[in-house]
Design a protein around this ligand. Structure first.
Ligand SMILES: Cc1ncc(COP(=O)(O)O)c(C=O)c1O
Length: 387
């Protein structure tokens, strides 16, 4: 059948280029090649055993029906408890919406805040779905070019320069994907005050906050007028369970509940029961050990890439990404990503997936492989670059 006409928004939403890399990597693996996967934005570690067991128990007990749209009350309480114990902030559980991943939380927040004619400010490079969610809401994503001068983060100065009368929201992710860099908390506080004065919403994506290695973990949830996004995907190692949350201002909750009811009814029930085990002391101990491992990987792979000629001016303080300028080696990072895959058996993500600014100069390497594989990847890159 000839395709039907589809809505413009679906045409405007760009694919992930890394999916081509992944498909080619799989094809090469099927031919027997050993590919080192540094392209995927998810940790290689399994979900902690207590969470898996709690999930199995929930399924066996028939916990397979919808929960309320805002999530299981005991999970919302547990998340609030995590804010108190880990980040020393009191968040009312009544302000927490449990969502299908941080993706669901971002979609809810932008669905609430942005509509036709509205502008949402965000960093370029940045997490690409934010731009696409904004487009989906028929609003305009204003991608603000950021570089090492501002640690690849928005600053108040950049926001002031790009804000217009149509600005409805400012979106920040700290630590950032793809750069792993953080926004200094004092600057975040200035941005929050500026937004509050102008009645502009501030959305802070803290999905990598618990994976901050060098600076203190400081959550924007200390301000109850900020929309704070988080997830069980990254620190809690639950990517495929599809669970995240949004801590929202109290005034926004009725509308968010209506949106959640209509957009997805509720987050997955077995996953919500499983996530209750995420906050057990033994789970947290295990997760902290994985965090230490990630930090060791960064401490190995960052200098290794620099020695090979990749330029990484702002050292990443968190997440599990290195955003490397490869312009000293080649003028097209997409081509380099393909060459690295074909000739060095190393998969990385081209900068193109994170925006336009400097995209052709950058590759993102995710250190989501054990140290010995990272060491092998560095050796392969070295052989490739010296050939
Ligand atoms: C900055 C950022 N926000 C949100 C997400 C979405 O995560 P999830 O929906 O798995 O929680 C990701 C995933 O890579 C991310 O990097």
């Amino acid at each position: 059948m000839k395709p039907l006409a589809v809505a413009a928004r679906s045409q405007d939403i760009a694919p992930f280029h890394v999916m081509d890399i992944l498909a080619r990597a799989k094809a090469l693996e099927a031919l027997g090649r050993d590919i080192i996967h540094l392209e995927i934005g998810e940790p290689d570690f399994a979900t902690p055993a207590p969470i898996v067991k709690a999930g199995i128990r929930a399924l066996a007990a028939g916990q397979t029906h919808y929960t309320s749209a805002l999530g299981l009350p005991q999970l919302r309480e547990a998340i609030a408890g995590f804010y108190a114990s880990r980040w020393h902030v009191a968040v009312d559980p009544g302000r927490i919406v449990v969502t299908p991943g941080a993706s669901g939380a971002l979609f809810l927040a932008l669905g609430l805040l942005a509509g036709p004619g509205d502008e949402v400010l965000m960093a370029d490079p940045g997490y690409p779905c934010n731009r696409h969610f904004t487009r989906f809401c028929e609003a305009r994503a204003v991608s603000v070019p950021v570089d090492a001068h501002s640690g690849f983060q928005l600053s108040l100065d950049l926001i002031e320069r790009h804000a217009t009368a149509a600005t409805r929201a400012v979106l920040i992710a700290s630590p950032s994907n793809p750069t792993g860099t953080t926004l200094p908390f004092a600057e975040l506080a200035r941005i929050r005050d500026w937004c509050a004065d102008r009645r502009i919403a501030l959305v802070v994506d803290e999905i990598y906050l618990a994976l901050t290695y060098d600076s203190p973990e400081q959550s924007a949830s200390r301000w109850d007028d900020v929309f704070v996004i988080n997830s069980f995907s990254k620190y809690f190692l639950m990517t495929g369970w599809r669970l995240g949350w949004l801590a929202a201002p109290a005034w926004a909750m009725p509308a968010l509940e209506r949106l959640a009811q209509n957009l997805f009814l509720a987050a997955p029930t077995p996953a919500q029961h499983a996530a209750l085990a995420a906050f057990l002391p033994e789970t947290l101990d295990w997760l902290e050990a994985r965090k230490t491992e990630l930090r060791q990987r960064r401490d190995f792979f960052l200098p290794a890439l620099r020695t090979l000629g990749f330029v990484i001016p702002a050292a990443p303080q968190g997440a599990f990404y290195l955003y490397a300028d490869c312009s000293a080696l080649i003028d097209d990072s997409h081509r380099l990503a393909r060459l690295l895959l074909e000739e060095a058996n190393v998969a990385a993500t081209p900068g193109l997936d994170f925006g336009r600014h400097g995209a052709a100069r950058h590759l993102r390497f995710a250190y989501t492989q054990p140290l010995h594989r990272l060491s092998e990847a560095a050796a392969r890159l070295k052989r490739f670059l010296q050939a």
